[in-house]
Write a protein that binds this ligand. Structure first.
Ligand SMILES: O=P(O)(O)OC[C@H]1O[C@](O)(CO)[C@@H](O)[C@@H]1O
Length: 514
């Protein structure tokens, strides 16, 4: 670590108040030179992707999230209109909600939002509201799971009579989101509210959700296009409808992303933060995901950034095969929370334990608006936050642990847009470096199919319960199922009031009856 390396490795965008310090990643000029041809391909692939090539060969889709903040880039007028028109519509809709032209079932102003979605249809909106939503016009809560207790707990915090429900699902067929919507609908109806008059859908045109919304007279429907992936959808209708309803500055969010896109579109490799970051990931992980990425924003409002990046990075890069069909089992594991809090949790292991990670510090230069008190002579809380961040970087490096530091001036819609765009493009670049498709998610389908098989078995097991006690082997024989899977069905039914269970000495001896 040296002053010279710091100066030489820094990518600084003074006009954006942004810098990326890679001096503690030890990426040498020779390493970069060794990636020469791949770097040319990185730029060529990006030109093709932004030009509307089929960048997701498996699903024969274009990948157009970069157009969302610069619709002029969209390859056709039709695609451009598919961005600009919904943007205009959603702004107008938010204004109508705020000014009372769109009102509740009882003719009152909507004051709260309940967003129902999962994965990319929730994580982006959650990040945005946590990061920049402190003065939001409408309070927002989320259903992002099919946990019934979680939904009950969330519903209990709402004033349903004043709540607008946003159901967000690109495919319109995701079971967790469908369940959440049906649960909310039942709760609203129980409270005497016409659900459709409180509901808005963001989904693909013609999807199951779209049809449901039409049939149930939803107040509004916003389209989500197939050329936007869920994990890169935060700057589409998915993120912008809730953000506009919260009264957040969506133009600044988009402008921040557009500004970072502009900088990182440059073929000047040394001045391209996304490229330098992708190369640093490659060096740290040996291009094979050998190290995990620990995200440490030193700012409470960015606490969800690691969760957001977890999906963006892991769903994009976690792939079994490369583009030539070779088994490569790629990916980079992402976790984190915030500093300095994590110094009192897992940073001990980072410093002294297994060296299987590289850290990403996110520095927010300004501590707070206005004056600070001195917490001890001469020092403020912000001084401490900075001290802990600088100290941790140094302590990690001393022990051979790599880190990089991204600095922004403060967390604003603009800077959040920049950060989102930076990581989106870094993921695109890295995917080219390691020759994988970042834009499909075949692995998720396996879990969905297995869940459907379990639900089918559960239905059959449920039908075999009688007043006479049976063990799992007996029921398994009757339904022609695997005894362990049948046992879990029986335990589930017993724990949810649909069966009685008496414990034996082992699961095989447990008995179940109606
Ligand atoms: O918006 P949808 O279609 O409900 O999908 C939600 C999430 O599910 C996934 O498709 C994975 O199952 C994610 O990629 C996506 O963000």
């Amino acid at each position: 670590m040296s002053w010279k390396e710091y100066n030489e490795s820094l990518v600084r965008y003074d006009d954006l108040g942004f810098s990326l310090d890679l001096s503690l990643m030890d990426v040498t000029a020779d390493y970069k030179a060794g990636l020469g041809d791949k770097i040319t391909k990185v730029f060529d692939d990006m030109v093709a992707l932004e030009g509307g090539a089929i960048a997701n060969p498996d699903e024969a889709r274009m990948v157009g999230h970069y157009w969302l903040r610069n619709p002029e880039l969209a390859p056709t007028g039709e695609l451009k209109a598919a961005i600009t028109q919904p943007l205009k519509d959603l702004k107008e809709f938010a204004e109508h909600v705020h000014t009372g032209r769109v009102v509740t079932f009882e003719g009152k102003i909507f004051k709260e939002l309940l967003l129902i979605g999962i994965g990319g249809s929730a994580l982006g909106p959650q990040l945005v509201s946590q990061a920049i939503g402190k003065d939001a016009k409408m309070k927002i809560t989320f259903f992002d799971n099919t946990d019934p207790q979680g939904m009950d707990d969330t519903l209990a915090t709402l004033n349903m009579a004043e709540t607008l429900v946003l159901i967000i699902s690109k495919s319109g067929g995701t079971p967790e989101t469908r369940n959440g919507m049906l649960e909310a609908k039942a709760a609203f109806e129980k409270a005497g509210i016409d659900f459709g008059k409180h509901a808005v859908a963001v989904t693909g045109v013609g999807s199951k959700l779209d049809r449901f919304a039409e049939e149930h007279g939803f107040i509004a429907r916003f389209p989500m296009d197939d050329w936007i992936g869920g994990r890169t959808s935060v700057l589409s209708t998915v993120g912008l409808v809730p953000a506009a309803l919260q009264g957040l500055d969506i133009d600044a969010l988009l402008a921040g992303a557009a500004a970072m896109d502009e900088k990182t579109r440059s073929r000047e490799a040394d001045d391209n933060a996304a490229l330098q970051l992708a190369i640093a990931w490659h060096k740290a992980t040996n291009g094979r995901g050998e190290k995990d990425m620990v995200i440490l924003p030193y700012k409470d409002s960015l606490v969800l950034f690691s969760k957001y990046l977890q999906q963006l990075v892991m769903e994009s890069l976690g792939k079994e095969k490369d583009l030539d069909g070779n088994v490569v089992n790629q990916g980079i594991a992402v976790y984190g929370n915030k500093g300095s809090t994590d110094q009192h949790a897992y940073v001990q292991q980072l410093r002294d334990g297994v060296n299987n990670f590289f850290a990403t510090f996110i520095e927010v230069r300004r501590g707070r608006e206005g004056k600070s008190i001195e917490v001890d002579p001469g020092n403020t809380s912000a001084d401490y936050l900075q001290g802990f961040m600088r100290g941790t970087r140094g302590a990690l490096y001393e022990n051979g642990r790599k880190s990089l530091t991204i600095s922004i001036y403060e967390v604003t819609p603009f800077s959040l847009g920049m950060l989102i765009a930076l990581f989106e493009r870094t993921v695109s670049f890295y995917a080219t470096l390691v020759n994988i498709n970042a834009y499909h998610q075949p692995g998720v389908e396996a879990g969905k199919a297995a869940a459907a098989t379990f639900l089918n078995l559960l239905g059959r097991v449920r039908g075999r319960l009688v007043s006479e006690a049976k063990n799992a082997d007996e029921v398994a024989f009757e339904v022609d199922g695997d005894p362990e899977a049948v046992y879990h069905c029986l335990v589930h039914l017993a724990n949810n009031g649909e069966a009685q269970m008496s414990m034996g000495k082992s699961p095989a001896e447990d008995l179940f009856q109606l």
